[in-house]
Design a protein around this ligand. Structure first.
Ligand SMILES: Cc1cc2nc3c(=O)[nH]c(=O)nc-3n(C[C@H](O)[C@H](O)[C@H](O)COP(=O)(O)OP(=O)(O)OC[C@H]3O[C@@H](n4cnc5c(N)ncnc54)[C@H](O)[C@@H]3O)c2cc1C
Length: 444
């Protein structure tokens, strides 16, 4: 089982006591204290996940990358120790500082990106169920996403389509309600779904009313074992993160019960009625168009966790390159004794630490419902992704020919890192979100 996370609001009391200077008012309000020191609980969790990443994940990484298959035995190992479970995810999320999730993700992805994604890919669907589902749906579906330690399952989140990537308003999949049978009928093609087709639970975003754009979208739970008309399309052969399964998913008159819409049908009907009213007001000129989307806050809150994955990959490459540069000799000296190599390593370390600060800030903001006024969630993901790509590329350079060889892990880390410029909002889309947030203006 994972070490427990302190859930009381006085977590700062657990921090090492700062020496009090005479001229500082020692009675200052403890709430005002600022500290980046981790609590003992957070350190324990980090050590625990690091142990699993070092002993189980890292040694298996090359094999599963080459096989390009889901590493079920490793997911099972993670389930057995309690790392792959809804209970542990819930526990990490309860940390009032918001830091446990990025700490766990960074360590796991330090072990390996592909296996890391195979283990945490399920959380994309879980986050959607948790964010949009009713209490009853959360209780029923989230445990099903994981299965049990003896019979592990994974879940998939299917939003992207062949013609709807960055532009989610272009989603063409439809969900029509059949009054006669009290069922939803889903049709369409989803693309790029992590765990698509191999998941027990698929969360699918489909359009219920196309005229309402993204406000006419709803999310549905489609259990593979029960629903007919859902099938796996072609699996994507990828550049990196190859231990993680990515595939198209087809929905062909796929029927699911009325209650499988997240949030419930009654709430959806209310939401659609409001959106139609609003659309009519805009058409009549009594209300102004606003591009703000209520789901943006959810995306902003989940982005730092994605940034933390990139950080783990970057740190793995930096640490490896540092050790290599201290060992490798050319011209009768260690290569790190050349300033160009040493300075590169210094900058690698600095960029990783800077990115981590952005990730931690955004994680803390998300956990404590601090408004993302400058799109701080996007900032953290953008920076961590760019740092991961740059650091892993520099690590290849520091290893020279060995950096380019499959026998060494650095080229794999570089391939894995590139995804972080692309998925969960490309680097360009993150900049768009930040630019709109800081300017308050419509920027195309
Ligand atoms: C390995 C992997 C796993 C994935 N997992 C999932 C998943 O589980 N579920 C899911 O739903 N999706 C998933 N995706 C899809 C992912 O979210 C999309 O690939 C991503 O949103 C980008 O969409 P796209 O690939 O269609 O690129 P496009 O949107 O076609 O973008 C192409 C290029 O145009 C740029 N561009 C587009 N619009 C603008 C603009 N307005 N301004 C400036 N530049 C712009 C982009 O930044 C990019 O550089 C995954 C993708 C990959 C590669």
């Amino acid at each position: 089982m994972p070490p427990t996370v302190t859930t009381n609001d006085n977590w700062t009391e657990e921090q090492p006591v700062m020496p009090v200077k005479e001229d500082i008012d020692a009675t200052a309000d403890a709430e005002a204290a600022f500290s980046l020191a981790l609590s003992q609980d957070q350190k324990d969790i980090r050590e625990w996940v690091h142990g699993f990443a070092a002993d189980v994940v890292r040694p298996a990484a090359r094999e599963w990358d080459e096989r390009e298959k889901t590493p079920w035995p490793i997911i099972q190992e993670a389930a057995k120790i309690g790392l792959y479970s809804w209970e542990s995810l819930g526990q990490f999320h309860m940390d009032p500082t918001g830091l446990s999730v990025p700490i766990v993700f960074e360590e796991l992805f330090w072990g390996d990106g592909g296996i890391g994604m195979a283990i945490i890919g399920t959380t994309l669907a879980v986050a959607s169920i948790f964010g949009q589902g009713t209490g009853e749906q959360i209780g029923e579906w989230i445990p099903r996403c994981y299965g049990t330690a003896d019979d592990v399952k994974v879940a998939a989140f299917c939003s992207s389509e062949p013609n709807a990537g960055s532009d989610v308003s272009a989603i063409r999949s439809t969900a029509k309600f059949d009054e006669a049978t009290n069922e939803w009928v889903i049709n369409g093609q989803k693309a790029w779904a992590t765990n698509g087709g191999i998941a027990d639970v698929h969360v699918v975003v489909a359009s219920v009313d196309r005229e309402l754009g993204t406000r006419g979208h709803a999310a549905f739970v489609v259990p593979m074992s029960e629903a007919k008309g859902i099938s796996e399309g072609s699996k994507v052969a990828k550049h990196g993160l190859r231990a993680s399964h990515t595939a198209d998913v087809f929905f062909d008159d796929c029927r699911i019960p009325a209650e499988y819409v997240l949030g419930g049908k009654e709430k959806l009907d209310e939401r659609l009625a409001k959106a139609r009213e609003r659309a009519n007001e805009i058409a009549a000129g009594t209300k102004r168009f606003s591009s703000s989307n209520p789901s943006m806050a959810t995306f902003e809150a989940s982005r730092p966790a994605v940034g933390a994955q990139a950080l783990g990959i970057a740190r793995a490459a930096y640490e490896y390159a540092l050790e290599y540069a201290k060992e490798r000799e050319q011209f009768k000296r260690k290569i790190i004794q050349n300033q160009s190599v040493a300075f590169t390593l210094a900058r690698m370390k600095m960029e990783i630490d800077a990115a981590r600060l952005l990730v931690w800030r955004a994680s803390w903001m998300g956990r404590n419902a601090v408004p993302f006024e400058a799109a701080e969630g996007s900032m953290s993901k953008l920076k961590a992704g760019e740092v991961a790509v740059w650091v892993t590329e520099r690590a290849i350079q520091i290893l020279g020919g060995n950096g380019y060889a499959r026998e060494f892990p650095v080229e794999r880390w570089h391939r894995d890192a590139k995804l972080y410029d692309i998925f969960e909002g490309t680097a360009e889309i993150q900049q768009l979100v930040i630019a709109r947030a800081i300017s308050g203006m419509r920027i195309e």
